[in-house]
Design a protein around this ligand. Structure first.
Ligand code: MG
Length: 403
C-alpha cells in the first residue's frame, strides 16, 4: 500500500493582502509574496503542510503543485525539507486544473492512495492524516468534516431573508483521501467542464464515487485573511498575546518621624511612629504608582505630582494611584496583577495584609486574588534594619491592546 500526499499551492489568492491593507510601502512588499510563502511562526505556510505529511510514517511521497511564477521561491524553501518530497509540478489557473496536473504527474508511477491537501491549511496534524488513511481501508473516498455550529442565514442585498436549516450540514476540510485511480479517472472526466468544483470530494460525488465522512480537526483551519495570519502566528509563537504585555516596577522609601500611626497600602496602622513625607507618606502606594507608570513608560510619581506643589501636602496617596490607573486605561490597558514587598522591622504587616490587598484591588479595579502583599525584615542590616524607615517595592503587569 503506497500513499502519496498532493499539496495544492498554486493559487494566487488576494484576500490576505487585500483585507486590512493600508496601501503602505510594507504592504506592497507583502503583496508580492503569495500567501503560501508568507511566514507563520518563522517558516513559510507551505513548509508547515509539507512537514506534516513528510513526517507522517504512513505517507510515502509528497508532491507539491506550485504556481508557474513560484519555482525559485519553492526551490528555496523545499531545499532539504523532506526526503519524501518529489520535484514540484506547475499547476493551472483553477484549483481543479492544478490537482489534475499533480495527479497526472503521480500517474507515471501510481500510488494506491492519494491525500489531496490545501497549502492554506498549515495546521493539519498527524492524527487527522491517519484518520483519512485508515478510512481508505474500507471506503473509496474520505472527507474530514466538522459540524456547523453557527446558525446559518440566507440574505439578499444585506437583508436577511431566512434561516437555513443546518441539519445534515458539515464543513469540509482537507486532506481529502481517495483511491488513486478513482480520483484520477474522476478528474480526467471532469476536465474541461465548467462545473467550478471547489474541492476534490465534489468531483468524486459528481463522478459517483462514495465519499465517507472522517472527523475533521478544529485546529486545521484555513489561513486566508490577514487576520487568519495574525491568529496563526499567535498560535505558533504566542507573540501576539505577549505583544501587549507590559511589566513595571516601583520602589520607594520614607523615614520615620513622630506620630502614632502610619499609612501602608491605603490602610492606617497604629504604631509608635509615623512615616514622614510630603503626602501621607504611604510607601506602598507610591511604589505601586511608579510601577503602574513604569509599565506604560509614563515618567514617575515625582514628575506628575511634584513635591514642591503644595496641593499634595498631606494628600491621601490613593490620588496618585488613581491617576496612574487612569493613564493605563487611557492607553487601552488592563491591569493584570500587582505584587508588593514591604521592607521593615516594624510594625507587623501580617495582620493588615488582607486589608491592604483589598484596598489596592479596589484602587486598581481588579480582584483581590490578583494582588500580592508580602513583607520582610532586613535582619537588622542597614537603615531599614535599624528601624529608621520603611521601604516598599512593587511590580505590576498590564495588558495593552494591540495597536
Ligand atoms: Mg514616596
Amino acid at each position: 500500500m503506497t500513499v502519496s500526499a498532493l499539496i495544492v499551492a498554486a493559487g494566487r489568492g488576494r484576500r490576505a493582502v487585500l483585507a486590512g491593507s493600508s496601501g503602505g510601502a510594507a504592504d506592497s512588499a507583502q503583496e508580492e509574496m503569495p500567501k503560501q510563502y508568507r511566514p507563520i511562526g518563522g517558516a513559510p505556510m507551505l513548509v508547515h503542510a509539507i512537514r506534516a505529511f513528510g513526517e507522517h510514517p504512513g505517507v510515502d511521497q509528497v508532491l507539491v503543485v506550485i504556481h508557474e511564477g513560484d519555482q525559485a521561491r519553492y526551490d528555496e524553501i523545499a531545499q532539504g525539507l523532506s526526503p519524501k518530497l518529489l520535484p514540484a509540478v506547475v499547476g493551472g489557473s483553477q484549483r481543479q486544473d492544478s490537482v489534475r496536473s499533480g495527479l497526472e504527474a503521480l500517474a507515471v508511477s501510481p500510488p494506491d492512495q492519494v491525500l489531496i491537501h490545501d497549502a492554506a491549511r498549515p495546521f493539519v496534524d498527524s492524527a487527522l492524516i491517519q484518520r483519512v488513511i485508515d478510512s481508505l481501508k474500507t471506503t473509496m473516498g474520505a472527507l474530514p468534516c466538522l459540524p456547523v455550529t453557527d446558525t446559518l442565514k440566507r440574505s439578499k442585498n444585506g437583508i436577511v431573508t431566512d434561516t437555513v436549516d443546518r441539519t445534515g450540514l458539515w464543513r469540509a476540510q482537507t486532506p481529502q483521501g481517495f483511491r488513486f485511480q478513482d480520483i484520477l479517472d474522476a478528474h480526467r472526466a471532469a476536465a474541461g467542464l465548467s462545473m467550478n468544483f471547489t474541492d476534490d470530494a465534489s468531483i468524486a460525488e459528481w463522478y459517483g464515487l462514495p465519499v465517507a465522512q472522517v472527523e475533521g480537526s478544529e485546529a486545521n483551519q484555513k489561513v486566508t485573511t490577514n487576520e487568519d495570519f495574525i491568529l496563526a502566528e499567535a498560535r505558533l509563537t504566542g507573540a501576539a498575546h505577549l505583544d501587549g504585555l507590559r511589566v513595571g516596577s516601583g520602589y520607594d522609601v520614607h523615614r520615620f518621624g513622630e506620630g502614632d500611626a502610619l499609612v501602608l497600602g491605603g490602610v492606617s496602622i497604629p504604631h509608635d511612629k509615623a512615616l514622614s513625607g510630603h503626602s501621607d507618606a504611604d510607601v506602598v502606594l507610591h511604589a505601586l504608582t511608579d510601577a503602574l507608570l513604569g509599565a506604560i513608560g509614563d515618567g514617575d510619581i515625582g514628575a506628575h505630582f511634584p513635591p514642591t506643589d503644595q496641593q499634595w501636602a498631606g494628600a491621601d496617596s490613593s490620588v496618585f494611584v488613581k491617576d496612574a490607573v487612569r493613564r493605563v486605561k487611557d492607553r487601552g490597558g488592563c491591569i493584570l496583577n500587582a505584587d508588593v514587598t514591604i521592607l521593615c522591622e516594624a510594625p507587623k504587616i501580617g495582620p493588615h495584609r488582607d486589608a491592604m490587598r483589598g484596598r489596592i484591588a479596589e484602587l486598581l479595579g481588579v480582584d483581590t486574588g490578583r494582588i500580592g502583599v508580602k513583607a520582610t525584615t532586613q535582619e537588622g542590616l542597614g537603615a531599614i534594619g535599624r528601624g529608621e524607615g520603611i521601604a516598599a517595592m512593587a511590580t505590576v503587569s498590564v495588558n495593552l491592546q494591540r495597536s
